[in-house]
Design a protein. Sequence first.
Length: 131
Amino acid sequence: MPYINKIEIMGNLGADPEIRYMPNGTATVKINVAVTEKWTDKSTGEIKEHTEWFPVLLYNHYAETVCKYMKKGDCILVYGKLRSRPYTDKTGAARTVTEVICNEMLIIRTADFAKQSGPEQSVSGGIYGMI
């Protein structure tokens, strides 16, 4: 029987990405992607919003591309799978973290591109294409 573990998220980077290298030389970066949904409360008419944060791990050329072109607040589309792993925190307590492992990504919008293109041009729709 086949199984599927697939996630697709589009949101904004919560901080500037910082590249790291594993002992074998593999480039890696962990980003946190904020996905915000807004709705109108039917009883009060008030606009509400909720932001969900997704930790995303990128490797090799995906990591290098994100670090080269993106900054805090830039918009990214990530396709990947969810992975949970146990760890022990600083106090010795057992914890579990769930992360998105990226296997495809698309840069949707960057502040640098918006400055270059000016307000009259669209800055969405995959500036750098599928990487």
